[in-house]
Design a protein around this ligand. Structure first.
Ligand SMILES: [Fe+2]
Ligand SMILES: [Fe+2]
Length: 280
């Protein structure tokens, strides 16, 4: 009996010792694993920090490239516009008017920003029009006018097939900014909604600016006269909804005109549009 009890105790003791040893082993390996985890964790934190740093650097480079890209576009536009108008203030006004109309019409900020940068390229095709026609002080003959009309398709060809969204919008604008709501425009004779919205917007901005600006063949019309003409063309030359938006925001349109007209050399910085749902 005693021996049995002794054996039993011994057995239990052995088992306990074994458990203790196993437990110590598990504890030791867990501790090691935790250490490894901690090291991995630290490594991950470092990777995250490095990644963040790289992202910030990439963002800076991206912004720089974007700025250089826009700057290059502006200077090319200015080169095309130089024979026509010299200071580039026409294209700054067009851009600002178009952006305001687009924004108040309810287009998203990204689309408005594309219009800001694409609208200045609307007449880039004039680069292919001879000086004798482009700078003629008097009225164009029918034949000369036919040549003048090709600035839309020349511009579209220059801007075609780009992967860049701004140039795709610019292509649409160059091709469609002389189309009329009633289908009597050029070069395709599109009507109503078939004319791209950006083309309808720039058309309105372009005509208002042409009416209220000095040209080789005419003095500027007073704003009231220009507005009467635009009202008369509501639903004929222009998209009626856009005319309503334009007239509803005429105070701001005139504010833009005053600001650009009084700026020395109409700097391109006046194109500035920040993504805060407002044209500045
Ligand atoms: Fe044009
Ligand atoms: Fe124009």
């Amino acid at each position: 009996m005693e021996t049995n009890d002794y054996q039993k105790d011994h057995y239990i003791f052995d088992q306990l010792r074994k458990y203790a040893k196993d437990f110590a082993e598990v504890y030791r390996s867990e501790k090691e694993k935790r250490k490894e985890l901690e090291a991995t964790n630290q490594q991950l934190v470092k990777y995250a920090e490095d990644l963040n740093k790289t992202l910030i650097e990439l963002k800076t480079v991206h912004q720089y490239l974007q700025q250089a890209y826009l700057d290059t576009i502006h200077r090319l536009v200015l080169a095309a516009e130089y024979r026509d108008e010299g200071t580039g203030s026409h294209i700054v006004r067009i851009s600002r008017y178009s952006a305001l109309i687009a924004e108040r019409f309810g287009l998203p900020a990204d689309d408005v920003q594309n219009i800001v940068y694409a609208a200045p390229m609307h007449d880039v095709g004039k680069i292919g029009i001879p000086d004798s026609i482009l700078m003629k002080p008097g009225k164009l003959t029918d034949e000369e006018f036919e040549i003048m009309k090709t600035h839309t398709t020349i511009g579209a060809n220059i801007l075609a097939n780009s992967k860049a969204k701004i140039l795709q919008v610019a292509h649409q604008i160059a091709l469609s900014h002389h189309e009329k709501w009633n289908g009597k425009g050029y070069p395709q004779g599109l009507s109503g909604d078939k004319i791209p919205l950006v083309g309808r917007i720039v058309s309105l901005a372009d005509v208002f600016d042409a009416l209220t600006s000095r040209r080789p063949y005419k003095e500027p019309y007073p704003v009231e006269v220009a507005l009467e003409i635009i009202k008369k063309e509501r639903g004929k030359q222009f998209d009626p909804d856009l005319v309503d938006v334009f007239l509803g925001n005429i105070d701001e349109i005139l504010k833009i005109k005053k600001e650009v007209d009084s700026a020395k050399d109409a700097p391109f910085s006046l194109l500035a549009y920040e993504k805060r749902g407002q044209v500045s």
